[in-house]
Ligand binder design. Structure first.
Ligand SMILES: [Zn+2]
Ligand SMILES: [Zn+2]
Length: 139
């Protein structure tokens, strides 16, 4: 189902659907919060080279299918997005998890009303300390 929606969005936004781009997107859907370097390492066994990973990330990000967000140690991390994503990021160890609940539809309606925009969606990155880091454990 996810794959179908992905194909549909790529077509709508005029993004060429290559096996490499699909592999990059799938990896960042399964493991949100990887850096490009980590993605390169993970995709190496599939025979996808570094330059291809960089280009795929750029193309997918431009199409709104990847979200890049800052994380500890100044590295940019990426997560796959279909229509919508909420991420919870630990500022100390960099752990990333996806939040599945969304209570922002009322807020979107409010934004529409106040600004006159037709709202299509949102992404949300929530920063904080994960339970392990709160306890002061080593990341
Ligand atoms: Zn942490
Ligand atoms: Zn939401």
């Amino acid at each position: 189902m996810q794959t179908q929606r992905l194909a549909q969005i790529m077509q709508e936004r005029g993004v060429r659907r290559t096996p490499q781009r699909l592999a990059v997107w799938r990896l960042l859907a399964e493991e949100p919060g990887l850096t490009i370097r980590e993605a390169v390492r993970a995709l190496e066994p599939e025979g996808i080279g570094q330059a291809t990973v960089y280009r795929s990330v750029k193309a997918l990000e431009n199409a709104g299918l990847l979200l890049g967000f800052p994380a500890p140690r100044g590295e940019l991390r990426y997560a796959a997005v279909l229509d919508h994503v909420h991420l919870l990021v630990c500022e100390r160890c960099g752990a990333v998890r996806r939040l599945h609940e969304c209570r922002l539809s009322g807020y979107e309606a409010e934004v529409e009303q106040k600004t006159g925009y037709r709202v299509r969606g949102h992404t949300l990155v929530v920063y904080g300390l994960c339970p392990r880091c709160r306890e002061g454990g080593e990341p």
